[in-house]
Write a protein that binds this ligand. Structure first.
Ligand SMILES: Cc1cc2nc3c(=O)[nH]c(=O)nc-3n(C[C@H](O)[C@H](O)[C@H](O)COP(=O)(O)OP(=O)(O)OC[C@H]3O[C@@H](n4cnc5c(N)ncnc54)[C@H](O)[C@@H]3O)c2cc1C
Length: 403
């Protein structure tokens, strides 16, 4: 498909450029990437910027206006124009978060009218912050084996059990959480997807330190936590389908070609520096060899994404395309960080960064953070299994739990 701009998109590109040049002074002083690492809760500046983007249709563009969005018709080429122009201008686009990027599209697909009205607008405007209660101590890759229970009591459920690796639970106001409501049903059939406030009595949060040195993870314990039945999204016992819808949006959030391309461009600037031997780093053959290999892979990501856009514009399903982006993109970002660290020699290991260096020199921190993303949202091994079985039609691995 021809992805060059036609009149309508050329005009739209001009509108986006005008918006950026007139408003960039309001954007948070940050690059697109470290923006993702920003500590929550967000600063007022970040919240104001997100609200402006929502209002003008540059974030959550297709969320219907009755739920507080801009209400644009889906147009994949316009979305690409927005992403490209913000990227080129080095101005942060809309926020990524478990609420904005994962829960909101799930509610649009599966939520009741009441749930959509109550939560979508406030979530995309950062008035409410969410966490994801999926993983348990004995249920990670095999998520459907989860054991946190929700037993019926009149109009409520009573929840008991625990979750682990719950990112941002210590700052979240709300949780979307998988629980077992029908213990007698099959493994995939007895799960429900609930949304409820994190200050509900009976919830205890214990922060865990991650490799980045920040307590972004948590253990969350539920002891007789009372939640109304109206908190179920997508129907009682139908949570597995809803959970998978959220997971597919999570994969889309965790990686994209612009993110990897941005890193590569920062590395190109690092290559112009002088090494400790007084010679330009660009003359260091092993480093250049690594750079060129990664550059080819970033180009591959960009072409893969263009293929997905072209397919979407032609009405073809994305299939496992997002899963490929997640698998390749997260590994690629981790390798790009590693190259930057090696280029920077001893300065590369400084953990808290060096403000005068690209991306504030926080490459060591990014290296640790990106390693986590290879695991979070489904490990690389699990992504490979799914791509092999469902995408390449290879034999399925044995499922001992199902006999
Ligand atoms: C940065 C980060 C953020 C996270 N945020 C959240 C969050 O907000 N909410 C949440 O609920 N969870 C979160 N998680 C948890 C994440 O979803 C799990 O870590 C992940 O699903 C893997 O589960 P596990 O850790 O139990 O590993 P396990 O499932 O025990 O796997 C251990 C190892 O065995 C491999 N393995 C397992 N099964 C197979 C198989 N069938 N074939 C091949 N290899 C296999 C895995 O790939 C892995 O290498 C987060 C994790 C990270 C790292």
């Amino acid at each position: 498909m021809d992805l060059t701009d036609h009149a309508e998109h050329r005009q739209f590109r001009e509108e986006v450029r005008t918006f950026i040049s007139e408003h960039r002074h309001l954007a948070p002083e940050d690059t697109a990437h470290s923006y993702r690492l920003m500590p929550r809760p967000y600063s007022e500046e970040v919240q104001n910027w997100q609200q402006l983007l929502v209002e003008k249709g540059y974030a959550n563009r297709t969320v219907p206006s009755e739920y507080g969005g801009f209400g644009a018709e889906p147009d994949i080429l316009k979305s690409k124009v927005i992403a490209d122009e913000f990227f080129k201008a080095n101005v942060p686009q809309g926020l990524y978060s478990q609420g904005i990027s994962m829960l909101v599209p799930t509610l649009l697909e599966h939520g009741t009218e009441e749930q959509k009205k109550e939560w979508i607008s406030r979530t995309i405007r950062t008035e409410v912050f969410w966490c994801q209660g999926y993983s348990e101590p004995n249920s990670g890759s095999d998520l459907a084996s989860l054991q946190t229970s929700a037993t019926e009591d009149g109009d409520d459920f009573i929840i008991n059990g625990s979750k682990i690796w719950t990112s941002s639970a210590h700052v979240a106001q709300m949780i979307f959480c998988l629980v077992r409501t029908e213990p007698e049903a099959g493994k995939y059939d007895g799960i429900s997807y609930l949304i409820f406030p994190m200050d509900t009595p009976g919830i205890e949060i214990r922060p865990l330190q991650t490799m980045t040195g920040h307590p972004s993870f948590n253990e969350v314990f539920f002891t007789d936590v009372r939640v109304p039945k109206s908190a179920v999204v997508g129907g009682r016992g139908k949570g597995w389908k809803v959970a998978n819808s959220t997971l597919s949006h999570e994969r889309g959030m965790l990686s994209n070609a612009n993110l990897s391309h941005e890193r590569l461009q920062k590395i190109e600037k690092l290559l112009k520096r002088e090494g400790s031997d007084g010679r330009p780093i660009g003359e260091n053959a092993p480093l250049m060899d690594r750079y060129i290999r990664l550059q080819a892979r970033v180009q591959g990501m960009r072409f893969h994404e263009m293929r997905l856009i072209s397919d979407a514009a032609a009405g073809k399903p994305r299939g496992l395309g997002d899963m490929v982006c997640k698998l390749i993109g997260c590994e690629l970002n981790h390798q790009l960080d590693g190259l930057a660290i090696d280029i920077l020699e001893e300065a590369g290991v400084l953990y808290d960064g060096i403000p005068s260096i690209e991306l504030d020199g926080i490459w060591q921190q990014l290296h640790m953070y990106d390693l986590g993303l290879i695991i979070g949202g489904g490990t690389a091994q699990i992504q490979k299994n799914i791509i092999a079985e469902r995408g390449l039609d290879m034999p399925r691995e044995p499922r001992p739990a199902q006999g």
